[in-house]
Structure formats: structure tokens, C-alpha cells
Design a protein around this ligand. Structure first.
Ligand code: NZQ
Ligand code: ZN
Length: 395
């Protein structure tokens, strides 16, 4: 095992911590670009409380509202423009993963005169790797992506319908202020999609990472079991603040780098899903809950023991070497049943996707990452036809 672990984000976690926003932001700047989504935080009262805290601490602000789910490049440009015009010296993201991701790239785009799309990971020629960004403070209102405490951001170029991402040291938030009360207004469907997303962040590592990471594997299992237990409660009763807190913490832990440390895992399920949400604007977690079990069935064919171990650790399904294939299949089936039980879709038709663009999804996934043989990295790697056939199983 060999790795470098880096995470400079200060995490402030707990009910009521939103009131600390002003003090934290004031330590980083005087005028904040307040990045917000489509209006949920205005309806819930979160926006009012955040602004009161900023103003009390003497922080002035300008708003970039209307960040859409699956945030668009044009929105990033708009926000960076506001930050420059208004002379903002700190960026505060108040919302879900989409808002946080857009805010991060805005913070870097302030220092880059070119197209922020140049920063994306798949750009092969003259890629601009961001080195500098305004200080970022994240305040998640939805438990899902873990964006609050990582250096990644996912953006869609709406003109080409390609969804890509950037990861950079300067995109780590300085402070993540995680107040689980803010998620109490999240509807049951989005709550469920977030649970699927956070679980998939650790299953990607668990199944696609290198061998020999037993601690990371057990942390992953802890995240999954916690998300299943407390996630079901949060879906059942959104006002259960204890459930909201446990799910929120699980989502932060799932993608703040601990589980991924030393695993060098590619994220094939994510790359396939991103091509779906780029084309159809579906919720990321909903897309994952369709792709993930389908991908597991594909991958279990070449590594049944690993999937049998998952079945055993998550669902207590016993297995021996000679029945690993059956145990793996049972575990994947139970996982799919869990996803359905919380209200996630598991078929493309449920989110209005047919078979017309299957080849295009494969091509777009491979545009973001491919190995020397032109396959999507993962265990095992997938050819374009593997991707098409896997998606075909869940039409
Ligand atoms: O826009 P508003 O009005 O706020 O409504 C949002 C949106 O409609 C709503 N919502 C958020 N907080 C709420 C709430 N509704 C009521 N009460 C609240 N407290 O939820 C809807 C979805 O929001 P969104 O931000 O799109 O969801 P999520 O957090 O799942 O983010 C998804 C985006 O993050 C990317 C995805 O690809 C997608 O673009 N990802 C980012 C990652 C990262 N940066 O590390 C990793 C992930 O794997 C993922 O790819
Ligand atoms: Zn995700």
C-alpha cells in the first residue's frame, strides 16, 4: 500500500452550526459570492439564516442564484462574472452538490481568462489545471455527493451534452459547514438518490480498487451499513434529525478521500451515469441506482469472490469458494431490492430513457476516461459494447 493523503478542509459538523457561517467566512474574506440553487433554501429559511449570520459578522455579499441540477458551464461563467464585477474575495456555496460544484469552478474561473471547460480532466491538449481559486466555503443542504469536503467538481457542457469533472488541490473548500438540519426539507426521492450516490462512492472503490486495502474496505462497509440503516429512516421521516445527521456524515466520509486512499480506483459506474444525466438531466443518484446493480452483475462474472464478500459483509449471506457466484448474485439482488425499497429507480424506462442512445452513452463515457485498448477503466475494464450490453440489461 502506498499513497499520499491530502484533505485541507476544516469540517464543522452538527445541528445549528449554520450560525457559525459568518465568523468562518469573515476569516477568509470581506465580500462573499453566495452561490445558490433553484430556490429550495429560500423556501426553507436557510438562505435567510445564512445571510443573517454573514451580515452579523460584517461580510457583504452578492448572489449567483439559479444553479441547476447537473450544473452547466454557462452558469459557471455567469457566476465567475458576478464574482469579478462585484469584487468578491470568498465564495460560499449553499445548496446541493450541483451548487457546490458550480461554486468551486467559479472560484477558480475568477483567475482564468479562458473557458473553464479547459480545466476538465478529459481535455488532452492545452489543459488548464487550476492552481488558484478564491477561498471556498461549502454548506451542503443535501446529503449525497461529499463535494463539501473534496476537491472535485462535475460540470456539464450543455452545448455538447458532455459531463466531465475537475479535481484540484485549490478546489478543496477551506471550510465545510455541515448542518444536518438543513437537509430536513429534502423530499423523499432526492433523499433516496443521495443515499444511493454516497453508497456508490464507496462501492466504486471497494470493487474497482487495488487489492490489499482491508481497512478502506471495512470503512466502506461501515458507510454502506450506516447509509442503509439511517437512510431508510430519513426517507421514512425527513424530520428525523438524527437520521439526517447520520446520513450527512456518511456522505461526507464516503468521498473525502479516506476510503479511496491507496485504492487507485477508477469510477466506471459514475462515468457511465454521467453520460445519462448529461443527456437527460436526470438526478445523478437516480441514474446510479440503475447503472450500479447492472454494472455489478457484469463485473461479478470475472470476480465472484469479491462480490460474494460484499454479499456476506452487507447482508450476512454465507459463502464458500464453490458457491461464490450464487452468493454474489444474491447480494446484488438484495442491494437492488434495498434501492427499490427507498424509492430509487432500477430501470432506464423509469426515468424515460430508451435504447436510442446506448452507443452514444458508451462513447461519451470513454471520452472522459479510457485505457490503451480504448476501454473504460475498472475491474474489469469495459469496451464500448460491454457498456451498451450492460445498459441493455436494465432497459
Ligand atoms: O436547486 P434547489 O432548489 O436547491 O433544489 C435542489 C435540486 O432540485 C434540491 N435540494 C437541495 N437541497 C434541498 C433541496 N430541496 C429541498 N430542501 C433542501 N435542503 O435537490 C435537487 C438536487 O440537487 P443537486 O445539487 O443537483 O443534487 P446532488 O447533491 O445530488 O448533486 C448532484 C450533482 O453533483 C455531481 C453530480 O454529477 C451532479 O451534477 N457530483 C459531484 C461530486 C463531487 N463534487 O464530488 C461527486 C458525485 O459523484 C457527483 O458526480
Ligand atoms: Zn456520485
Amino acid at each position: 500500500m502506498k499513497f499520499t493523503y491530502f484533505n485541507p478542509t476544516k469540517l464543522i459538523f452538527g445541528e445549528g452550526t449554520l450560525s457559525q457561517l459568518g465568523t468562518e467566512v469573515r476569516a477568509l474574506g470581506k465580500k462573499a459570492l453566495l452561490v445558490t440553487g433553484g430556490g429550495s433554501i429560500k423556501r426553507s429559511g436557510t438562505f435567510r439564516k445564512a445571510v443573517a449570520s454573514l451580515e452579523q459578522a460584517g461580510v457583504s455579499w452578492a448572489e449567483c442564484s439559479g444553479v441547476e441540477p447537473n450544473p452547466r458551464l454557462s452558469t459557471v461563467n455567469r457566476g465567475a462574472g458576478i464574482a469579478k464585477e462585484e469584487g468578491c474575495d470568498v465564495v460560499v456555496a449553499l445548496g446541493g452538490g450541483s451548487t457546490m460544484d458550480a461554486a468551486k469552478v467559479m472560484a477558480a474561473a475568477v483567475f482564468y481568462d479562458g473557458d473553464p471547460w479547459d480545466m476538465m480532466i478529459h481535455v488532452r491538449e492545452n489543459r488548464h489545471e487550476p492552481q488558484r481559486a478564491l477561498p471556498i466555503v461549502t454548506v451542503p443542504t443535501l446529503a449525497a455527493t461529499g463535494s463539501e469536503m473534496n476537491g472535485g467538481a462535475v460540470i456539464t457542457d450543455e452545448k455538447t451534452t458532455v459531463k466531465s469533472f475537475v479535481i484540484a488541490g485549490c478546489l478543496y473548500p477551506r471550510v465545510a459547514l455541515v448542518d444536518p438540519e438543513l437537509a430536513m426539507s429534502v423530499p423523499a426521492d432526492q433523499t433516496a438518490y443521495g443515499i444511493c450516490d454516497l453508497i456508490t462512492h464507496v462501492t466504486e472503490s471497494y470493487f474497482n480498487g487495488v487489492d490489499g486495502t482491508p481497512l478502506q474496505d471495512r470503512v466502506a462497509v461501515g458507510v454502506i451499513l450506516t447509509a442503509m440503516e439511517w437512510g431508510s429512516k430519513a426517507v421514512e421521516n425527513g424530520q428525523n434529525v438524527e437520521a439526517r445527521a447520520q446520513v450527512q456524515w456518511a456522505s461526507t466520509v464516503a468521498l473525502m478521500g479516506l476510503v479511496q486512499a491507496g485504492s487507485y480506483a477508477p469510477f466506471p459506474v459514475h462515468l457511465i451515469e454521467h453520460s445519462l444525466s448529461a443527456h437527460h438531466d436526470i438526478a445523478h443518484g437516480a441514474g446510479l441506482s440503475i447503472v450500479s446493480p447492472a454494472w455489478m452483475r457484469f463485473a461479478a462474472r470475472s470476480r465472484p469472490e469479491r462480490f460474494a464478500q460484499f454479499a456476506h459483509r452487507i447482508f450476512g449471506i454465507p459463502f464458500q469458494k464453490d458457491n461464490a457466484t450464487e452468493a454474489a448474485a444474491e447480494g446484488i439482488g438484495r442491494f437492488e431490492t434495498f434501492l427499490r425499497s427507498i424509492g430509487c429507480p432500477t430501470r432506464l424506462s423509469e426515468v424515460g430513457i430508451g435504447e436510442d442512445l446506448l452507443e452514444r452513452y458508451a462513447k461519451d463515457s470513454l471520452l472522459i476516461a479510457s485505457d490503451e485498448q480504448g476501454r473504460l477503466p475498472g475491474r474489469p475494464p469495459m469496451s464500448a459494447s460491454d457498456i451498451v450490453e450492460t445498459l441493455r440489461t436494465v432497459l
